[in-house]
Design a protein around this ligand. Sequence first.
Ligand code: ADP
Length: 379
Amino acid sequence: MAQNNSFKLGILGGGQLGRMFIQSAINYDLRIHILDPDADAPCKPYAHEFSVGKLTDYETVLKFGEGLDLMTIEIENVNTEALEVLVKKGVKVFPQPSIIKLIQDKRTQKQFYKANQIPTVEYYLLENKKEIFDYQHFLPAVQKMGKEGYDGRGVQILRTAKDFEKGFDVPSVLEKMVEIEKEISVIVAKNEQGEISYFPPVEVVYHPEKNLVDYLLSPAQIPQEIEQKAIKIALEVIQKLGMIGILAVEMFWSKQGEVLVNEIAPRPHNSGHQTIEANYTSQYEQHLRSIMNYPLGNTQTRCLSAMINLLGEEGYQGNAKYVGLDRLLSMKGVYLHLYGKKITKPFRKMGHITVLGESMEDLTEKIEVIKKSIKVISE
Ligand code: ADP
């Protein structure tokens, strides 16, 4: 491991993932340069250098990257053409631009799984809304916009032909609706030397109405056979991509006992926040180690844990105010993370809480108390 403090590491995106990444980078005495379109982004106060600009703009990304030693991302929606040029100019970019490009579009992701025999949900590619009407036999189905969908936006459930009207009129994927037993996620990492590691699977619990993560359990409470399948698949995905960096592999464990890849994210991920307190190495540190080509860290869990997203309360918009913190701060093994976003909006990710549990009972009791007490409202 060799690096000096003139080493310049840039991140495209300055949100909460970048902010937690900076916390790890400080321990390695690395200086982080950030590009984000928002002058008030969560990374702003902590970046060594902070530039405001559009992540999808070719010239902006090119200018930002020139002179950096290494670049990474905290969001996939970035200009990959500029990154390709930067690689030619000698800047290291991990994950590699071609992989970011592949992942930007759920359609090319699907084609990648198919070409590499990675188990995934059965699907068709659609060019426009008109085509949906040919797939009545395929219902119930889930239509997903190829590009720019995130956190449930750009995902539409089509149960009967009546739902076709609300379909997206853009290139999309039409997937068979899976009978989901549990949603699980495995975060894997690889460095340039080819060293590879995985975090124990976590279980994502979704809120039934909001279609957003409600809380997450680590390690996932799943049979060993399913755990082994999930780990094997996640490792296969990163190997076949040949990717350097950290990769979150979201999967469905179906009621029929299959493990199917839903989607992948080539960066630190919401399903890995709890690793900061609950694993020997956090996902942020592992990402840093993998892109810097350092030895990878031990990923074992220290204990049972949960991660609760702190979302903006419905009906409130404006300067954020956090209520009910006192109760939470008096609890053992409970850690608060606020992302520093000035403005709250309904369901906006404003922070998260990690909860360590001595038993499942202890953990679920704490989760219930926390969910009832803390709220993000506006002033
Ligand atoms: P996003 O990229 O917006 O997170 P996802 O593809 O992860 O979108 O879908 C969001 C959620 O919708 C999933 O976590 C899951 O709960 C549900 N979902 C997605 N695809 C399917 C499917 N084929 N069958 C059943 N539920 C699905």
